[in-house]
Design a protein around this ligand. Structure first.
Ligand SMILES: [Zn+2]
Length: 318
């Protein structure tokens, strides 16, 4: 998807960019990893601003100029004063990668300006890596900024956390989302379910609306990723179960009618088609039981549904 702007991060950007210009930005900054909410753009925008020689400040915002030598090097991906470390997919972030950070911090800035280090998915650091990072965070040189990105700050060592100024990603409210969608997907029909979903995953919601895809695709993604969020009240849980069942039903319908899975259902699918369809069918059957159980009195809807979601996830992933 082409780059979009995230209006809900503007107040946070203002705070970060003003501190950067005023020279009061902390040398260790933690940004919550929430790509759906624009965290990656925020991280890059801040890195670019820290490197730019002639930042622009006008009535709208502060930003990197885009024209100076530093901005051009950044754009070309060849700026020598920025280092990004991230774990390999599915692996932990080890001490070797963090040692690179230590060495980079010791180097003099090649361009004479700031140095920026991005530590991505820092919550996947090993203990040794975290301890090594801590040493760097304890005495960062004046020209060096460490931006640490993690989905769950709570998984970082408390000593690492205490060295960072941490910024959770702001969430959009429904009014903001309505304006955003009106601009970016003007023809789409916004249901309250979609708006609810979009508060958590605005980018996916935007894509669904633009492609006129139903919400089920998103439900399935959440189911497979274990990121379904249960509402507090039992009626809302029952409604959510119903929505998930509808999405499973759509998959089964396609599979039985044309022996194929719908394209949207295969994005994260790791099992062979037949086994996946069988697993979907099993989850569906169990979900129908759950739906009926939830209509009875005196049951712990949250617990039962959590258990069902957990079972679905284990069946649908290998
Ligand atoms: Zn510049």
């Amino acid at each position: 998807m082409a780059r979009v702007s995230f209006p809900w991060i503007r107040p946070l950007w203002q705070q970060l960019s003003e501190a950067s210009l005023a020279g009061t930005l902390a040398h260790g900054v933690g940004i919550e990893f929430q790509p759906e909410l624009g965290s990656e753009q925020l991280l890059e925008q801040l890195s670019r601003l820290l490197l730019c020689q002639q930042p622009i400040k006008d009535s709208k915002a502060i930003r990197a100029c885009g024209q100076c030598k530093q901005c051009l090097l950044y754009k070309a991906g060849t700026h020598p004063d920025i280092l990004r470390v991230a774990p390999e997919p599915g692996k932990q972030l080890g001490v070797d990668a963090i040692r690179k950070v230590g060495a980079f911090v010791q180097q003099r800035s090649a361009q004479g300006g700031n140095k920026v280090i991005q530590v991505l998915q820092a919550d996947a650091m090993t203990l040794a890596a975290a301890n090594s990072l801590l040493k760097t965070l304890e005495e960062p040189p004046a020209d060096t900024f460490l931006i640490v990105s993690a989905a769950q700050f709570s998984l970082l060592l408390p000593t690492v956390r205490s060295r960072l100024m941490m910024f959770p990603m702001p969430r959009p409210d429904t009014a903001m989302l309505r304006t955003w969608f009106a601009e970016l997907a003007p023809e789409s029909e916004l249901t309250s379910a979609m708006l609810n979903y979009a508060q958590k995953r605005p980018l996916t919601a935007l894509q669904l609306l633009r492609e006129h895809q139903p919400l089920p695709q998103a439900m399935l993604d959440d189911l497979l990723c274990g990121t379904v969020q249960l509402p507090k009240d039992a009626d809302a849980i029952a409604q959510l179960v119903k929505t998930i069942l509808e999405s499973l039903h759509l998959i089964l319908r396609d599979y039985y009618e044309r022996n194929a899975l719908p394209e949207w259902a295969t994005r994260f699918q790791s099992l062979p088609k037949e086994r996946f369809a069988q697993a979907i069918s099993d989850c569906y059957q169990a979900g129908i039981h759950l739906r009926n159980d939830l209509q009875g009195p005196g049951l712990n809807a949250n617990l039962l549904t959590q258990r069902w979601l957990h079972d679905c996830r284990s069946q649908l992933t290998c």
